[in-house]
Design a protein around this ligand. Structure first.
Ligand code: C2O
Ligand code: CU
Length: 641
């Protein structure tokens, strides 16, 4: 519901900008004639009524959005985007003066501007203040022009007034994008960083400044013989898809997906990363495993990228069982897509035939993407004996969410992002799973006599991928139609102790949006966090032991799979509806257009952590923020994705 309304509003705001311009022009003309600004016009200006109609339509959209998605999503429209035009418009309708019309024109442009360059919640007061100043200035200039109509003349005919005011506003607010680095940004009333060190103010339980630690000190166990030891060598190679298509790929140990790393909870794991010839540099990030900060594999924060010919050793003890994955974190928009990823399974006691199924989009040249299960981009057949328990570990290694269709058997979702689900109920065949980019679902069923089919929904990315499991391995994948969507909110039941709630020492309000901004030196329509792009997105500052609550809302028109490193996050509610099933733990939460989530977690893993959109394209264009502990600093710098 939200998405079409967002789009409608974008169009309406554009129309409003045009009618606003016409209104300003008309007001200028009338001002240029004798009688001046205060004179009421006799005729009924059509353009004013058209403007009023468009504004009314925008109001209706906002009310509909409010009714369907809530205040989180539209609050800023009622507080800023609409008043800037509604108030002058009412004035212009009541008193048909050129001054009122001018002000309405500027208001329309402001309203347009705030929809296309939406300010984050922390910038709302500034934006309201700036708008008031711009509107007041407009009134002043318009009065001045009206009084000196000899000078008004040609100049006043043009909507130049709007132009000047808008450029000024744009410059003022646009500069917010450029405001320094995240280090200098500060959450209202919260902590503050000085130079390269971090300290909290007005919040800490103790009073004196904490002793600072470097990321480098926060390693896994450096001593001791590892229980599991692996070497992953990153290198250029060719990957052959089932269609025969060859991908100019990057691989770990010659394959992509890379080798499965299977370990046990509590074991000391040691992985040596070797970069043979990947010029971009490589790191290993253990997606979903809350390793100590120095083992997290984020270039520019926890280590330097591993250059060709170099190596790096990671040591950590996985503390939870489940399905995880590893991938490089360097230039990830291109290098993960080209193959630098693999499964990391921390044995969880699930029995039977186990398969890791990556949903991946391979680069097909240009904008082309080839949807596949692992390397299977066509119909594939596999044998599994009838009656066997089967566990499919679905891992989304692509940058897009996938709707996965599963037919041929009832099944259960036994784990989500590595977290077991309490009392998972049986789902009908034909129940679709929506898997966030970076997310995982474990799916379990008993192999029937017939075939079980997996497919990727083709509506967003056309693909021919299809996986069929059958007792003799000969059945072709069935054609499947999208069915009902699995709802995580109500699935399973809560087992075990009630998770800890508040009180919360920290609350963060995050708004994901679309807006124009500067990214990588160019001006584009992109994805923002609180109206800003990395590195200007404020850092989330915490103190070790804090209970942290986050509200995250997607006001834009695109899905954002938000991934916090180093911490497992619990979903409390979605659009105000509380989680009623099994506790919903996640590391990668897809926030769809119009969705608003309440989350919480405990700050129990000190470090400087990435919190970013796992659509690598969005991350690259600036959808990155950090979670930093007030006593940790990092000696590294450079791009972190
Ligand atoms: Cu799976 Cu920062 O990424
Ligand atoms: Cu995103």
């Amino acid at each position: 519901m939200a998405e079409p309304l967002f789009l409608t509003d974008l169009v309406l705001a554009f129309v409003l900008a045009v009618t606003g311009g016409l209104l300003g022009r008309r007001a200028g003309r009338s001002q240029a004639q004798p009688g001046s600004a205060q004179r009421e016009e006799r005729q009924r200006p059509l353009v004013l009524y058209v403007t009023a109609g468009v504004v009314a339509a925008r109001l209706a959209v906002a009310v509909l959005l409010l009714a369907t998605s809530g205040w989180q999503l539209v609050g800023h429209r009622f507080l800023l985007g609409l008043p800037v035009v509604v108030l002058p418009l009412v004035w212009a309708l009541v008193r048909r003066t050129a001054v009122a019309a001018h002000t309405t024109a500027i208001g329309a442009w402001l309203s347009f501007y705030f929809l296309y360059v939406p300010p984050g919640p922390q910038d709302l007061p500034i934006a309201v203040g700036a708008s008031a100043i711009v509107l007041a200035t407009t009134i002043g200039i318009s009065l001045l022009l009206g009084d000196r109509r000899s000078r008004g003349g040609r100049l006043a005919r043009l909507p130049w007034l709007s132009l000047v005011a808008s450029v000024v506003t744009a410059a003022a607010l646009g500069s917010l994008f450029l405001v320094s680095e995240s280090e200098s940004m500060d959450w209202g009333g919260g902590p503050e960083r000085t130079g390269h060190s971090v300290h909290a103010m007005g919040h800490r339980h103790g009073a004196e400044a904490p002793a600072m630690r470097s990321v480098d000190e926060l390693t896994g166990p450096r001593e001791g013989t590892p229980d599991a030891r692996f070497t992953l060598t990153a290198a250029h190679s060719t990957v052959r898809l089932s269609s025969g298509r060859k991908i100019d790929a990057l691989t770990f140990n010659g394959t992509s997906p890379g080798p499965e790393l299977r370990v046990k909870q509590g074991q000391l794991v040691e992985v040596t990363l070797v970069n043979k010839d990947v010029a971009e540099g490589v790191t290993l990030h253990w997606h979903g495993v809350d390793v100590p900060n120095a083992e997290d594999g984020v270039p520019g924060i926890t280590q330097n990228p591993v250059r060709p010919g170099e190596r790096h050793v990671y040591r950590f003890i996985p503390d939870r069982t489940g399905t995880y994955w590893y991938h490089t974190h360097r230039d990830s928009e291109r290098t993960v897509e080209r193959g630098l990823f693999g499964a990391l399974i921390v044995e969880d006691g699930q029995q039977g035939v186990q398969r890791n199924v990556f949903t991946h989009l391979w680069p097909g040249g240009g904008k082309d993407q080839i949807g596949a299960f692992g390397t299977a981009d066509t119909a594939e057949r596999r044998a599994i004996p009838a009656g066997s328990p089967v566990v499919l570990r679905l891992i989304n290694s692509s940058k897009e969410p996938h709707r996965i269709l599963l037919g041929g058997t009832p099944f259960r979702v036994t784990a989500h992002d590595g977290n077991p689900i309490g009392e998972p109920g049986e789902l009908k065949p034909g129940t679709d799973l929506f898997l966030a980019a970076g997310g995982r679902y474990d799916v379990a069923f008993t192999m029937p006599d017939g075939a079980v089919t997996l497919r990727l929904d083709t509506s967003e990315i056309p693909n021919k991928a299809g996986l069929a499991f059958s007792p003799d391995g000969r059945a072709a994948p069935a054609e499947l139609q999208p069915g009902r969507l699995f709802d995580r909110l109500s699935y399973g039941s809560r087992t075990g102790p009630k998770p800890e709630g508040g009180p919360y020492q920290r609350t963060f309000n995050l708004v994901l949006d679309n807006g124009f901004g500067f990214t990588g030196g160019s001006f584009t329509y992109t994805d923002t966090i609180n109206g800003r792009l990395s590195p200007a997105v404020p850092t989330l500052m915490v103190h070790e032991g804090d209970r942290v609550r986050i509200r995250i809302t997607a006001r834009g028109i695109i899905d954002h799979p938000m991934h916090l490193h180093g911490h497992r996050v619990r979903v409390l509610s979605r659009n105000g509806e509380a989680v009623s099933g099994s506790a919903w733990w996640t590391d990668t939460l897809n926030v769809a257009p119009g969705e608003s989530y309440e989350l919480d977690f405990t700050a129990d893993n000190p470090g400087v952590w990435m919190d970013h959109c796992h659509n690598f394209e969005h991350a690259e264009s600036g959808m990155i923020m950090h979670l930093a502990y007030d006593d940790v600093t990092t000696p590294y710098h450079g791009p972190a994705h």
